[in-house]
Design a protein around this ligand. Sequence first.
Ligand SMILES: [Zn+2]
Length: 192
Amino acid sequence: MSTRSLSTVVWIDVAAQALIEEETLKRSRVETGGALFGYTTDHDVVIACAYGPGPRARHRRTTFEPHPATTQSLIDAIWTESEARYRYVGSWHSHPGGIPRPSGTDVKTTEAVATEPHVGLAQPVVLIQSTRRHEDRVELADARAWRWSRHDVWLLPCELVAVELEERYCPLVEVPGGRLRGSEVLSPRVGG
Ligand SMILES: [Zn+2]
């Protein structure tokens, strides 16, 4: 067993996992991603909700840039509407045709989140969904979860386990440019 393991288990609700898989396949030529919400226990992280990128994120072949104001809208709305049961626990993104291991950019981006005081998230989770080409189509490959270690100043691998939560609260959230229900973008509310 590796001594560089955090002994963290990341539990992910099956609906959140399905959202990540569907969104990844929908944009199979570029990276995509989104925010993850749930809660933490002593050692473990429970992901209850995954969101898609929203309308303003930037997708490229080997990078994904979430739209910061979209992430902030989700953080605020989910905290309030879940009555503080769910908080921001990290993010997910895809590695098309790659391996589910953090790139140098992923490490730098996560360190920036971990040290950003107003985010209040010292040990962000990063979930990476990879894909591979099979004949003429793209299919899902491994997904892995990583968690920031302040001690190691690096992302360490976690065990990722799918689970069916008894309840989950993943509301429709107003974000810049529309409303986000999972990975589905609805048009902005008229006349708000
Ligand atoms: Zn990456």
